[in-house]
Design a protein around this ligand. Structure first.
Ligand code: COA
Length: 142
């Protein structure tokens, strides 16, 4: 598996692993913006994009993983872990945050497996499905 910064030529492949992008024009527009803004990384196996992740600094100027998706057929093979680990290496702030819905058990399990700490709950974003925030203190010189 190779993790690298996404290029414009990866956009179609990113859209094809993102089940929301297939029917959501605004997600496709966001993907184009994230890639143009150098915020996106892709995981590639056998020349095929199998997952992508987005790191931004718009959350109180802290590193924030705003998107992480692995193609369904490639889940439980370490791709999500590899993407998050790479973001931890390139993150410019000493704290890295992310969030997910309370209903999203796979993401919560991934966060736990990577030693992320709970960092609060925000209600009223998705009705009846609170947003759980996570954070990790990163080591190294930043
Ligand atoms: C959440 C997601 C990114 C995880 O990616 P992944 O590549 O399957 O994760 P990994 O293979 O690196 O999993 C690492 C560990 O996390 C935990 N984990 C991940 N998915 C899990 C699941 N469905 N059930 C239980 N534990 C899970 C396990 O501890 C796993 O280790 P193991 O496979 O050795 O038991 C993936 O399920 C996904 O793309 N989901 C849809 C999009 C999404 O919800 N994104 C996150 C919120 S924005």
């Amino acid at each position: 598996m190779k993790i690298s910064k996404a290029k414009k030529s990866d956009i179609e492949a990113i859209i094809s692993v993102d089940h929301v992008a297939a029917h959501d024009e605004s997600r496709r527009r966001h993907i184009c913006e994230w890639v143009s803004g150098d915020s996106t990384i892709v995981a590639v196996v056998d020349d095929a994009v199998v997952g992508y992740a987005v790191l931004e600094y718009t959350f109180f100027s802290q590193g924030f993983i705003s998107m992480l998706i692995v193609a369904e057929a490639s889940r439980r093979k370490g791709v999500g872990t590899a993407l998050v680990s790479h973001l931890e290496e390139i993150c410019k702030t000493e704290k890295l945050f992310t969030s997910t819905n309370e209903s999203n058990e796979p993401m919560q399990a991934l966060m736990q497996s990577m030693s992320y700490e709970p960092s609060g709950v925000v209600h009223n974003l998705d009705d009846g499905d609170p947003e759980l925030f996570y954070f990790k203190k990163l080591k190294g010189n930043r």
